[in-house]
Design a protein around this ligand. Structure first.
Ligand code: GDP
Length: 352
């Protein structure tokens, strides 16, 4: 039941016949609450401005969210993590110096990802802001606990979904275009320099590679797609292979689709995201390489602009905004935030 409607609601019909579940009701309920909160914010605190990190000369909401959505954005506090009352504290990285000059990035309330069973209607704006993960649209729920990685072990490489570990532990699959930074992110999440090298060994690159974390959940490294020199037939196989895993792996809590934020949106990534949406496979978008800024050769676009463009291009495939998060394996931006997000998805999944 969890797979079919936890936190994304594709607009298109579900070709695999999943039915909507009760979680959908929770989510819909929360969405209603958001509107109430918005009204409250407008009525009581019309000039309250909070912020999350973004470059001062770029405001995600003011540049385009407002254009596609007339709802006023909420600005979120820079001190997002100072009062995470509902979560176990997780040490957060000190921001690199480039973040110090950061100014508000605005996200409209209806572009936030609000986990099920999460009621934000009683939150004033500063409390709500404190519940949003830095550099993301993700609201934290009561399920965000036990996020730290204490132990990480390579378990096995499987060539078919049926061969994957059968112990029923929840798992998250990392997938993305070759060179997107998947191995770097995996290593950064588990704080090991070379764990993901296992997935890069010859013979393993086309496998489903399972890493067991803290002996109670899995990170799964899937084959990178879109490698330029891969023969067409091989590329097709990778698709079939990973698609089968996405559709049939019952313990898959969410796919984490990695997208390079230093480049303009690529069609193959858009196709991947829309396929996941159309097939109601829960997805979190992880934008990588967010430390890379102002590259003239990429048209001078900043990560925030590429991220916004990507969101705009896929929004038609989703009824509600999927969770997204900015990361960098160079600065460790987003590392602890991803782990908190995984924790809340996992703990919710375990309880339902
Ligand atoms: P994979 O093919 O998806 O596993 O990608 P890798 O993790 O091997 O990274 C591909 C290249 O991108 C390498 O040269 C990395 O050093 C670089 N890279 C990965 N993550 C980041 C990042 O967050 N920031 C920057 N600037 N470079 C990165």
């Amino acid at each position: 039941a969890f797979r079919c409607g936890y936190f994304l609601q594709p607009l298109s019909s579900n070709i695999h016949g999943c039915s909507q579940n009760l979680d959908r009701e929770n989510y819909t309920h929360d969405y209603t609450d958001i509107k109430e909160v918005k009204i409250m914010i407008l009525a009581q605190l019309p000039r309250l401005h909070l912020s999350i990190f973004a470059k001062s000369h770029f405001s995600l909401a003011s540049s385009h969210f407002n254009l596609i959505n007339p709802n006023p954005p909420v600005k979120l506090a820079k001190t997002l993590f100072s009062s995470l009352a509902t979560v176990e504290p997780v040490p957060l990285p000190v921001s690199d110096s480039s973040h110090l000059e950061d100014a508000p990035m605005e996200i409209p309330l209806d572009k936030l990802f609000i986990p099920p069973e999460t009621d934000i209607s009683g939150d004033d704006p500063s409390r709500l802001a404190a519940r949003i993960l830095k550099g993301s649209n993700i609201v934290l729920s009561k399920y965000a606990r036990d996020a730290q990685v204490v132990q990480a072990d390579y378990v096995k490489s499987s060539v078919r979904t049926e061969d994957c570990p059968a112990d029923g532990l929840p798992e998250f699959a990392l997938v993305g275009r070759s060179n997107v930074g998947k191995s770097s992110l995996l290593n950064s999440l588990v704080k090991r320099k070379r764990l993901a090298l296992t997935s890069k060994k010859p013979g393993k690159t086309q496998c489903i590679n399972h890493f067991r974390i803290n002996d109670n959940w899995y990170l799964v490294d899937l084959p990178g797609y879109g490698y330029a020199s891969a023969p067409h037939e091989l590329k097709k196989d990778w698709n079939k292979f990973t698609k089968d895993y996405f559709l049939n792996r019952s313990t898959l809590v969410s796919v984490f689709l990695l997208v390079d934020a230093s480049l303009p949106a690529k069609q193959i990534d858009l196709d991947y995201a829309s396929w996941l949406g159309q097939n109601q496979v829960p997805m979190t978008m992880v934008f990588t390489k967010c430390d890379k800024r102002k590259k003239k050769k990429n048209g001078g676009k900043k990560p925030e602009e590429n991220i916004k463009e990507f969101q705009d291009l896929i929004q038609g495939f989703f009824e509600t905004t999927p969770p997204w998060i900015m990361t960098s394996s160079v600065t460790n931006q987003g590392r602890d935030e991803i782990l908190l997000h995984m924790a809340q998805l996992r703990n919710y999944w375990l309880k339902h």
